[in-house]
Write a protein that binds this ligand. Sequence first.
Ligand code: ATP
Ligand code: MG
Length: 449
Amino acid sequence: MSGMKDRIHIPIDTRALEVLRAIEAAQESAWFVGGCVRDAFLGKRAQDFDIATSASWQTVAAIAAKHGWRVIDTGAAHGSIAVAVDGMLVETTTYRVESGYSDARRPDSVTFVDAIEADLARRDFRMNALAYHPERGILDLHGGRKDIAKGIVSTVGAPEERFGEDPLRIMRALRFCAQLGFQMDHATESALFACADGLGRIAVERVFAELSKLLLAPCAGRVIARYASVVAHACPELFSRSAAPSPDAWNSGAFERIARVLDAAPADRTVRFAALFCGIDAEEERRQANAGCKTTPAAEAARAALTSLKAPRRLTEDVCALVANRNAARPVQRETMLLLAARLGGDTAFMRRLCALQDAEDNADGITLPVARTEFFDRLVCAGEPLSRRDLAISGKDLVACGMQPGPAIATALDALLHEVVYGRIANDENELIAAIPSSAFSPACLPD
Ligand code: ATP
Ligand code: MG
């Protein structure tokens, strides 16, 4: 047992250390566990700290109150409560021990180790089953450091059993591979494919949270290309045939293209989710977009998938709009881009995402443009170009003041003026714009003699 412990020191944020010390001062035991210990061995600075402790969440809450720290219920039913110290959230979880482990909370050092031992055995992956204490050192009972050194994700104990207990671990395994660039251990991978249908039992909110992390990770493309069939068990709508104009279009090449688009896309959740619907050769999509269809099969598939994942409404709408418009106007040209921006209501954040998605698709297809759309669009913004009718030097109110009838004709007239400005036929200047209003826009009573 003692041979497993090493007096290695890893950097711990002083605020997290304060929480550990406060728990110990109350005669309870505590260890740092999970991501913060793993990340130390990866040479990464941990962003958040998890503590496993003999203290119940009520005890932790009382300790926090004594120190004037705020607590947040992050799962009190499972013994988890987060303590906020100077803007740092430290997650604490009471040792997860098997029933009958009655000594778990007895404050002597031997039992402390027994309790953390049982706790570590119930963690998901070996690399996550490491514990650290500033005086007692590293506790590595499952070969966690070996996995980290080799870059491998493997379960603690028999993978089929562990995935059967909690199928969310399947999504977590994929997520960690994508985040850390690790490979799946052979037995873990076989079990993951065999147990994938269990993902259907998992709350969609948890699936969505893990999938979001996976998609934002540096190796998302590789993981999606290899494990799309697994992810499809968590959300069948994601890779459904309805995303394709014809059933034949949805083949393995589609996954490879998705992977390339993901890898080329910026780490933006909206763009990365949209990339999942860019698997298909876009001919039919393009035809429909040019025909002015508001939606496309891929955009409809995106809506079905994100709705079933209970994704935030705004994300769903933006992803659908990105997918529907991705083929609408691809030329990197001032007029095309300005009119597209106007059609999309002058939403610059959305335009940047659309440009990023289109750039990523070109990149995936080996097309190199002299200047990326994202950069080109930013130049237009910096140059103060009009991105919507709101950017014109006159407003609807001005048109009414000039004698136009309030109503939809106002918007039509402004759009017509914007069109003229974009094509450089008139300047974006109040007098020029008013002079350019077609006389037909005025009601007969207002027409000059
Ligand atoms: P991150 O850097 O993303 O926070 P993490 O490893 O800390 O990575 P968390 O979700 O914060 O991941 O979980 C903290 C720890 O709790 C994990 O390292 C793991 O030991 C354990 N854990 C989390 N979820 C599970 C699960 N479903 N089954 C078993 N153990 C889990
Ligand atoms: Mg964590």
